[in-house]
Write a protein that binds this ligand. Structure first.
Ligand SMILES: [Zn+2]
Length: 135
């Protein structure tokens, strides 16, 4: 702090203020950050392993390689029809209808993330290299 001097004569008040910001940058950044709320994340979801949370986010954005439509686009090939219902949409709706043992409502991806990833067979606990057989 201190020692930062600005020579102003030709600057307008606005420019002079901008020039002064370096001295106050920490305070300004704090105010700025506290004014921005992160999107709500369910408490539950924060307990999931990182890989699972990433996959969940990809699914919500329809940018997951689990989705045939997205995978086909990435691989630059036509969408293959579903082996269960033979539709060739391959989007998130189709995925949630046919991939889990029973159809999963899309809202569960947001409202009930743990149940959703369980139904989709994604990890709900971090991989344990110890290999204990605890249930
Ligand atoms: Zn299907």
């Amino acid at each position: 702090m201190g020692g930062y001097s600005v020579i102003i004569p030709v600057l307008s008040p606005t420019v002079a203020y901008r020039q002064l910001i370096p001295d106050n940058i920490t305070i300004n950044a704090d105010v700025y950050c506290s004014g921005r709320q992160p999107p709500p994340l369910s408490e539950e979801e924060s307990t999931l392993p990182r890989n699972t949370r990433v996959e969940l986010a990809r699914l919500r954005a329809e940018r997951s390689l689990l989705l045939e439509k997205y995978k086909a686009k990435v691989e630059n090939r036509p969408v293959e029809s579903c082996i269960k219902c033979s539709d060739d949409v391959g989007d998130l709706n189709s995925f949630l209808k046919c991939y889990p043992a029973k159809p999963l409502p899309m809202s569960k991806l947001w409202k009930d993330p743990v149940a959703a990833v369980t139904a989709l067979g994604l990890a709900v606990t971090p991989f344990d290299p110890g290999g204990d057989a605890d249930p």
